[in-house]
Write a protein that binds this ligand. Structure first.
Ligand SMILES: [Zn+2]
Length: 390
């Protein structure tokens, strides 16, 4: 391992106990994505910690979404600057911690959001502290969203992340680290869509022929949508939720489905939208009508800017004895999509390693915190020698 980083760790007295202490603080301030005030409380805690470290901060508030925190450290041209990104919200509802408290069992750390991504959030404090101890002065920008887990549904943080990222040299997204040590260089985009069918309600026994069955129509729609899975490579369609009808003896006049669509390349989105419009334009049940709504979207995190950055970090990992790193493309979304949209090379899943995020089995490996600290800090130091990652 880079001896100057090890020196800085001991000089700053950063040991596992210290790391676990602030990690516990972060987990114990629950920050459910649909509870903006809770996320704001955590944001206040993070902001204070960063200010204490000499990071200047700016917080964007939103009425129905957790805040977006932007932090600046160092100075100089941003073309030399590094982005540390992540999110402060979790998928866990308030008080979930009562049944799943923060605790450490052997090397496994538990608690809501411990892995996704309070563990990564926690690393940012120590990365800054070590860089400071090493007299690193180039710009570091911290971008922490407050509504990533709901896809920025009630804010424009996606656009702000893209805007804030422009012009920087390299970004690390400290999302959920993978247990197999892989680093994410691409993620599928996600498009959420809702299809509604409308018919005419009548008594199912007395005058069935006069009714128009919206569920019957929806059955055709579902098959057509599921069939789209055969049409493209690496585009998936999944009808994940359905509702419709009132009682068994009435012909239903309304049905609705939610569809989850994942795609690898940005340009495919328009084809997908066209396909769904085609499907709703043809109705099989006489008199039925249909509509499609596109609710929210996470664009794909494409790998086109990330090859050089990946080779770079693979070497840093080997040099520090942190194991072989392989690249991976994932189905799940992250804010790396918006950083990448700004044309910035970005490595994702850089946070602490663990498994089963978004479930009550979620855990992180305590020992991976120090590994990732060394990996990220040494990457930042070595990046000074690289003219450009593009
Ligand atoms: Zn996450």
């Amino acid at each position: 391992m880079n001896p100057s980083i090890i020196d800085a760790l001991s000089k700053c007295q950063i040991g596992l106990e210290t790391i676990l202490g602030s990690w516990q603080n972060l987990v114990e301030i629950e920050s459910y994505t649909h509870h903006p005030k809770a996320v704001a409380k955590l944001c206040g805690f993070v902001e204070n910690k960063l200010n204490d470290l000499g990071v200047t901060t700016q917080v964007h508030h939103f009425e129905n979404a957790g805040p977006l925190l932007i932090g600046h450290y160092g100075s100089g041209p941003i073309s030399d600057g590094i982005i540390l990104a992540g999110h402060m919200d979790t998928v866990f509802e308030d008080d979930f911690i009562k049944s799943n408290p923060f605790r450490v069992e052997d090397d496994q750390v538990y608690g809501p959001g411990v892995l996704d991504m309070k563990g990564g959030l926690n690393l940012i404090f120590y990365i800054i502290q070590i860089l400071k101890a090493l007299n690193y002065t180039k710009p570091i920008k911290i971008i922490l969203s407050g509504d990533e887990e709901n896809g920025h549904l009630h804010s424009d943080q996606n656009l702000l992340i893209e805007q804030e990222s422009r012009g920087y040299k390299l970004a690390f997204n400290l999302e959920t680290g993978l247990i197999d040590n892989k680093i994410t260089i691409a993620r599928k985009g996600r498009l959420a869509c809702r299809v509604a069918t409308k018919g005419l309600a009548v008594h199912a026994g007395a005058n069935l022929e006069d009714g128009i069955n919206a569920i019957h129509e929806m059955a055709y729609k579902i098959l057509k949508i599921q069939d789209l899975n055969q049409k493209y490579d690496n585009v998936t369609f999944s009808v994940g939720k359905i509702k419709g009808g009132t009682v068994p003896n009435a012909v239903p006049d309304y049905a609705e489905i939610d569809v989850d669509i994942r795609y690898e390349k940005d340009h495919l989105k328009q084809h997908i939208v066209n396909d769904l419009n085609d499907i709703i334009s043809v109705n099989h049940v006489s008199g039925a009508t249909s509509e499609v709504f596109f609710d929210n979207e996470f664009p794909p995190f494409e790998d086109r800017y990330n090859q050089k950055a990946f080779e770079f970090i693979r070497n840093i990992s080997a040099k520090n004895g942190l194991g072989e790193i392989a690249p991976v493309k994932l189905g799940g979304s992250s804010d790396a999509s918006f950083i990448s949209r700004a044309g910035i090379p970005c490595l994702c899943s850089m946070g602490v390693k663990g498994q089963w995020n978004h479930s009550n089995r979620e855990y992180a490996l305590a020992s991976s915190a120090a590994e990732r600290l060394v990996l990220i800090v040494d990457s930042i130091l070595e990046a000074e020698k690289v003219e450009s990652f593009l």
